[in-house]
Design a protein around this ligand. Structure first.
Ligand SMILES: Nc1ncnc2c1ncn2[C@@H]1O[C@H](COP(=O)(O)OP(=O)(O)OP(=O)(O)O)[C@@H](O)[C@H]1O
Length: 255
């Protein structure tokens, strides 16, 4: 207890593109087994942060470690992570099952174990019947299901999920939320970026709010909600809107 390597550590993490500072001096530590809800308005820096943590984009300055490994060392980080980006990377000409078998091969999962996990996840996400159809013929929701299954198939220490319920029907969205909760119970750390605040309120142990590239608030969703000006009946949405309000838009306070 307390001595466990944190799942994610960021120290002064910064990314600049020309004159845009996408992520500015972010410092935080996320314990292993946490569901971390990463919130922020459009353009706040969420995707850029996730791309740095998954080694796809190099920081301009600052450092970060994922599962104890520096993000500048791609080979040491990638075995410990899974990533569902906004558009899951899929081979159009493969079937859903072939795509997952291919990813299992890249991750060097033993064949029997891979087959077992793939079939269980296909079943769970109601995709078994369509598993042999080509991905080019899949709907957005079906692609999303394959995307999330491939992100967690190798049971990474840390899974980065960008809008995992995007495009999913209500039943599939429920399955996704249940799956995230179950993976977290098995000590997987989930870095969850979404604009759907009730999902975060339901699942997250901790929330980080990024605004204009800066990490401007952090805490348990109930704590952030309780701190909102709305008071006792405040929701995470109230807190989010307040935290991310631009000063010039803020309503003048009564004297
Ligand atoms: N490759 C790039 N080149 C230049 N600017 C970029 C690049 N990627 C992101 N940015 C800029 O960095 C800022 C943060 O973008 P980012 O995509 O990280 O935001 P986000 O929080 O994921 O937004 P959204 O919720 O809309 O997906 C934006 O101002 C964006 O225009």
């Amino acid at each position: 207890m307390g001595t466990e390597t944190p799942a994610i550590e960021m120290a002064g993490l910064t990314k600049r593109y020309d004159d845009t500072t996408a992520v500015s001096d972010v410092t935080t530590t996320i314990d292993a087994g946490t569901v971390y809800g990463f919130l922020g308005p459009n353009g706040a820096g969420k995707t850029t942060t996730m791309k740095m943590l998954t080694t796809l984009v190099r920081p301009t300055s600052g450092t970060a470690h994922v599962a104890g490994n520096p993000i500048t060392d791609r080979e040491s980080v990638t075995p410990h992570i899974g990533y569902l980006p906004e558009e899951p990377p899929l081979y159009e000409e493969l079937s859903g099952r072939e795509q997952l078998e291919y990813v299992a091969g890249l991750r060097e999962l033993p064949t029997d174990e891979a087959t077992d996990r793939i079939e269980r996840m296909l079943d769970r996400f109601d995709l078994a019947e369509d598993a042999d159809k080509r991905i080019s013929d899949y709907s957005k929701g079906m692609r999303q299901k394959v995307g999330v299954i491939q992100a967690v198939l190798h049971r990474p220490a840390v899974a980065f999920l960008d809008e995992p319920t995007s495009g999913l029907d209500p039943r599939a969205a429920r399955t996704m939320r249940d799956t995230i909760a179950e993976l977290a119970d098995q000590e997987m750390t989930i870095f969850l970026s979404t604009h759907i605040l009730p999902v975060v309120a339901e699942l997250a142990d901790e929330v980080g709010v990024i605004h204009g590239g800066e990490l401007v608030a952090e805490g348990h969703p109930d704590k952030l909600a309780a701190e909102a000006e709305a008071g006792a009946g405040g929701t995470l949405e109230d807190a989010f809107l307040e935290i991310t309000q631009d000063p010039e838009e803020a309503a003048p306070r009564a004297e």
